[in-house]
Design a protein around this ligand. Structure first.
Ligand code: HEC
Ligand code: HEC
Length: 421
């Protein structure tokens, strides 16, 4: 129906070999002109470009330890795609939230999280949530390639929630936990009023029903599906799993006037049979988990308190991955401190229904990597771990009250433990 002839999106990523060649020839040139650069080095640029290959294996933002050469190359190609800024020519928009994955996932290293939030909206009537899909819900895209396209929260919406950006460190290990493990956890007996059930989602990349585990509502089961969703919904880059552009507040006429790039915009290479969606999924899959902090007597005591309070009922200390074609991911312990299940969190719920998650249900947030974060809970409302614990409600109310009865020393030890994860 679009009257404007579509143009093709230019290829995004240079093959890795070319990049490598480019770098080594740059290094040679630098050797010859180095003296003239002395002055420049004395005044380094404010924002020096991050190392193109990322941090070393095992460091935050670096790849898993024990990857093959080919897997390391996949990680680097994925890192480049993750940092790639989309443009009008590459298909950005018409409506979007930002221009690259790294724009939101950057702290304290590429692949991390940030205080950046996205907005979800809908209409709640008699406890039933309507995502207002025909008006562009539930995810708001608050930027656009031209101002008249920008989405607004429709007046019908009476439920609006912010969701903060989650870090991706160790995501491949979370992906490799078998569905059966999470189903077994869900049906295991629990105490203190804790229940929990699996998120059931249709995986767009295979069409099968899977156990969700990514996102605040466990709304995706695989990194490929999340990447495809994020390209489409955060950046407006259509791809083979999401071939249709989002219309501004659902208005197809406005979309037709604006959208000029042929879909899908994320093109599959004839040689590698991969597109940016695949590259970015591989990058996330191969990101190393957050390194565990140093232990000390306070941390050890805090760990015991965590168990005594029964925080473990939801924040399961460790799960095990199943088989994987990537040896570094196969049959490994994952110290994520989450059961990845949905729990009724009472007043802490964000009011949005998504998949089989009801408005009050949220995924148990993994606690690894907490020390690298500054904002906590789904909307970032808590700036201390203490505040995050106090906000627990619903199924966690009894265990939260137990926390409130701790003395100052016990609380300090518990926080020291959380900061060591
Ligand atoms: C505008 C900011 C923004 C951009 C751009 C963005 N993200 Fe995110 N990302 C978020 C937010 C916010 C969440 C949490 C959303 C939720 O759960 O509803 C998130 C969550 C995720 C998660 C789930 C992590 C977990 O452990 O649950 C993955 C995976 C992810 N993003 C991948 C990507 C990829 C890949 C890209 C680029 C294609 C991308 N994101 C671009 C903000 C962003
Ligand atoms: C009933 C399950 C449940 C119990 C019990 C529970 N939590 Fe949580 N926890 C959650 C959920 C769900 C979230 C995510 C809440 C949200 O959406 O904001 C969370 C989030 C957190 C966060 C913030 C993490 C982040 O990424 O922002 C911390 C810290 C935390 N819990 C610590 C604890 C401690 C300490 C205890 C024991 C006193 C505890 N939790 C008990 C389910 C639980």
């Amino acid at each position: 129906m679009n009257p404007i002839p579509k143009i093709t999106r230019p290829s995004q990523s240079l093959p890795l070999v070319n990049l490598a060649k480019l770098r080594s020839s740059c290094a040679l040139v630098l050797l010859f002109i180095a003296p003239s650069l002395l002055h420049a080095q004395a005044n380094p640029p404010r924002n020096p470009p991050a190392a193109p290959n990322g941090p070393a294996a095992g460091n935050l933002g670096g790849p898993l330890i024990g990857l093959t050469t080919a897997q390391t190359a996949d990680f680097r190609a994925g890192l480049a795609a993750f940092r790639q800024a989309e443009t009008l020519d590459s298909g950005l928009g018409p409506i979007f939230n930002d221009i690259s994955c790294v724009a939101c996932h950057l702290a304290p290293a590429v692949g991390g999280g940030s205080r950046r939030t996205v907005t979800r909206f809908g209409r709640t009537t008699n406890f039933v949530f309507d995502p207002l899909t025909s008006q562009g819900g539930s995810l708001l895209q608050n930027r656009a390639i031209s101002p008249e396209l920008r989405e607004v929260i429709p007046p019908e919406a009476n439920t609006v929630a912010q969701r903060i950006t989650t870090p991706l460190f160790g995501a491949g290990l979370i992906e490799a936990i078998p569905d059966a493990t999470l189903r077994a956890l869900a049906s295991s007996p629990k105490s203190d009023g804790v229940r929990g059930h699996v998120a059931l989602v249709k995986d767009v990349t295979t069409g099968t029903e899977r156990v969700g585990r990514f996102g605040w509502k466990a709304q995706q089961a695989t990194l490929l599906a999340f990447a495809a969703d994020a390209y489409s919904n955060e950046m407006g880059i259509t791809n083979r799993f999401f071939p249709t552009e989002n219309a501004p507040n659902g208005d197809l006429a406005r979309l037709a006037r604006a959208d000029q790039i042929q879909d899908p915009e994320d093109e599959v290479s004839a040689i590698t049979r991969q597109s940016d969606v695949d590259r970015v999924a591989a990058f996330m899959r191969l990101l190393t988990p957050p390194p565990r902090g140093q232990s000390n007597p306070a941390v050890v005591a805090g760990q015991a308190t965590f168990a005594t309070l029964n925080c473990n009922a939801c924040h399961t200390p460790s799960l095990q991955t199943g088989p994987s074609t990537i040896a570094a991911l196969a049959n490994k312990p994952v110290a994520l401190y989450s059961d990845l299940l949905l729990h009724d969190m009472g007043s802490l719920g964000d009011g949005i229904a998504q998949g089989n998650a009801t408005p009050r249900e949220m995924r148990t947030a993994p606690l690894w990597g907490l020390s690298a974060r500054r904002e906590f809970l789904h909307d970032g409302r808590a700036t201390t771990l203490e505040a995050a614990i106090r906000a627990h409600d619903g199924e966690a109310a009894l265990i939260r009250d137990r926390y409130l009865r701790l003395n100052t020393n016990q609380r300090t030890q518990l926080i020291a433990f959380l900061n060591s994860l």
